[in-house]
Design a protein around this ligand. Structure first.
Ligand code: HGY
Ligand code: MN
Ligand code: MN
Length: 416
């Protein structure tokens, strides 16, 4: 296969657009977004649709014990490790139709294009769909790639419970995706993930492709504050121990930590559950989450220490007790130079307007980078929006990204 010919190959934009539309209808929200939480019936329907398309594309399907789905396209040289492309099909509640879904569908389109060009690459090419990447229903995020990378114990993942106390493993079984394959690191030539940027940089710079160099460090904590539930009327202010007053100090303090440390540190309190959560009772209990991220591991360590002190002081002032658990931490992750270079060559060959970029969002690629050569391709998010129904990426940019993924996968699957 002459190098120059291959670089002129392209994916089929219309076919890709139709797949995005069709998969986006499963779990669609009235405002054009997507609610397809991990291991729900909608997720099962999305998975079933992907498996049907993967079978049509001639892929050999396997499912592992975390419900990760693999579709393998054989290579010409026996025994060579695959080039893997993948992402996730679960979404956040009232999320968008591009987060995760694009990576899986652009990977499928790249395989369909390989079939069209009747090419047999030296290395196999495998499409992978990871379970529960979002961490919206079961925590933490990226739980299935985390098990594969040996960073999360299978039993811990199996016993993760959603807000109704339902276990992850029972839902895997219920939807028929508790597979037999071990969920362990497997040899790979490279792992490539196309994803929306979920930030404003590419669109602001008029770019259609981001060549991702790595991902920030991420820390998730859960805080439970216990005060004294009492009547909102007759209880004098001087004897109150109001869990929500302490929690409110922590919310405002988390923002101050980001301001004080500065740089690219971000802090978010995303969940806050008040008990008994009625007008005329002093809150006796608050459960809340704190998400902190920074490209510098040391800065994230400092932020966590400041959070510990913030919580201690806020609860002491209000005379309430607390439990603070730092339960998930992923280090700042650098992708593999050889894979980054392949992505950059591919972006250049497609004529896309590209630039190097770092990811502020976590992805399965973050754990895959711990077990093999890994890289990512970003496409722009309109106004940088994501994890919302307004999430949008123009098909012209998706096409540039998909062509970049296709040519990078070809490059990596053909080279020795
Ligand atoms: O949390 C994240 O960054 C990803 O959306 N799971
Ligand atoms: Mn995602
Ligand atoms: Mn996401």
């Amino acid at each position: 296969m002459a190098e120059t010919d291959v670089l002129a190959w392209r994916i089929d934009r219309g076919r890709l657009e139709r797949s995005i539309e069709e998969l986006g209808r499963i779990g669609a929200t009235p405002r054009g977004g997507l609610t397809r939480l991990a291991l729900t019936d909608e997720d099962r329907r999305g998975r079933d649709q992907m498996v049907a398309w993967m079978r049509e594309a001639g892929l050999r399907i396997t499912v592992d014990r975390m419900g990760n789905i693999f579709g393998e396209r054989a290579g010409s040289v026996p025994g060579l490790p695959p080039v893997m492309m993948g992402s996730h099909v679960d979404s956040v509640p009232t999320g968008g139709r591009y987060d995760g879904q694009l990576g899986v569908l652009c990977g499928l389109e790249a395989i369909r294009a390989l079939n069209e060009h009747a090419v047999r690459t030296r290395h196999p090419v495998t499409l992978v769909i990871f379970t529960n990447e979002e961490g919206a229903r079961f925590q933490p995020a990226m739980i299935a790639s985390g098990v594969m990378a040996g960073k999360i114990a299978l039993e811990d993942a199996y016993n993760a419970r959603d807000r109704d106390g339902i276990r992850l493993v029972d839902e895997l079984e219920r939807i028929g995706y508790l597979g037999p394959e071990p969920c362990v690191a497997r040899p790979m030539r490279a792992y490539l993930e196309l994803h929306i940027e979920q930030g404003p940089f590419l669109e602001e710079e008029g770019l259609s492709v981001g060549v991702v160099e790595g991902i920030v460090a991420i820390a998730w904590s859960r805080l439970t504050i216990t005060g004294v539930q009492d009547h909102a009327g007759p209880t004098p202010m001087r004897i109150r121990h109001d869990a929500l007053v302490a929690a409110a100090e922590v919310v405002a303090g988390a923002r101050r930590i980001a301001t004080e440390i500065g740089g690219d540190l971000v802090t978010t309190v995303g969940t806050l559950a008040v008990t008994p959560n009625i007008v005329n009772a002093i809150p006796g209990r608050v459960a809340m989450s704190i998400d902190m991220r920074d490209p510098r591991d040391a800065a994230l360590d400092r932020a966590r220490d400041m959070l510990d002190e913030l919580v201690r002081a806020a609860c002491a002032r209000e005379g309430v007790t607390y439990e603070l658990e730092h339960y998930w931490r992923v280090p700042c992750t650098a992708f593999t130079p050889d894979v980054i270079a392949a992505v950059e060559r591919a972006a250049r060959a497609t004529g896309a307007r590209f630039h190097r970029i770092r990811s502020g969002a976590g992805h399965d690629a973050q754990y895959m980078a711990a077990i093999g050569p890994t890289g990512m391709i970003f496409v722009p998010s309109h106004e940088g929006r994501s994890h919302c129904e307004e999430e949008f990426t123009a098909i012209e940019d998706i096409e540039d990204g998909a062509n970049t993924l296709f040519l990078a996968a070809l490059d990596l699957a053909e080279r020795a």
